[in-house]
Design a protein around this ligand. Structure first.
Ligand code: COA
Length: 219
């Protein structure tokens, strides 16, 4: 873990809050005629990225984790979507960003909460190594509540990360043990192919000799 040389000034969550709006257009629809979830996921990732980058103050922040996203309300053509991203938690290089998704009435401005998502970003230095970011200044009770909830999610994520890491390890081990078998089989196939090709060449040569004998005209 690298620390930036200057002491980093703490920042409040509202200093890096980002709010953006989208309109559901025809290119965003699934065959059922409602918003394709992948678009919403991309918008959530994008707005969270902007908030993380503003808090971190470094050009490179990458998504490390996205928690479960539930789609509870279908979003329809022409509807206005409002996405708000805010920093909930900061470790050393990692930041948890909460994104609130609301459907907004285009005429009255009234809103309906449709989704919430939590994403973790990691700040990287020029050599792609995790780098420390500004600590979080918590002077608002709501921000403190969000921080405490984020700490609980962090514990769950750590367990999940270890579980997935072990799963990947054993799956790659199995793959490695299968590899020699695959290599042996492919070498056998190549050998057979070469053998068949040489037989075919011989047949062609034979054919050529027969043709030459046939067309041979004695003096
Ligand atoms: C981000 C990355 C450099 C972190 O590498 P790493 O070896 O896990 O480094 P560290 O263990 O030091 O973790 C760095 C921070 O990320 C956090 N972190 C790592 N994996 C995490 C996970 N699955 N969920 C939440 N936080 C995580 C760590 O807790 C740590 O936080 P801290 O510095 O605040 O304590 C590496 O995982 C990576 O390059 N991932 C690919 C990112 C990417 O390409 N994203 C685009 C989307 S596909």
């Amino acid at each position: 873990m690298k620390f930036r040389s200057k002491k980093i000034q703490a920042k409040r969550p509202d200093e890096s809050q980002i709010m953006t709006r989208k309109v559901v257009s025809t290119e965003h629809l699934n065959p059922h005629g409602t918003l394709f979830g992948g678009y919403l996921m991309a918008w959530i990732d994008e707005v969270a990225f902007m908030s993380a980058r503003r808090h971190a103050g470094v050009p490179t922040v990458v998504t490390v984790n996205i928690d479960n996203i539930s789609f509870l309300t279908p979003l329809k053509l022409g509807e206005h979507i409002m996405l708000t991203a805010r920093v909930n938690y900061v470790g050393r290089s990692a930041m948890e960003i909460g994104v609130r998704v609301e459907k907004e009435d285009p005429y009255t401005g009234s809103t309906l909460h449709t989704n919430s998502a939590y994403l973790t970003f990691c700040a990287l230095d020029k050599s792609s190594k995790p780098v420390a970011v500004a600590p979080l200044l918590l002077d608002d009770p709501e921000d403190l509540r969000r921080y405490n909830e984020a700490v609980l999610r962090l514990k769950v994520r750590k367990r999940l990360k270890n579980h997935l890491a072990n799963k990947l390890k054993s799956s790659n081990k199995k793959l490695r043990s299968k590899t020699p078998d695959i290599r042996r089989k492919s070498e056998l196939w190549v050998g057979q192919l070469k053998n068949n090709l040489s037989k075919l060449t011989l047949r062609f040569e034979e054919f050529d000799i027969i043709e030459k004998v046939k067309s041979f005209k004695p003096f």
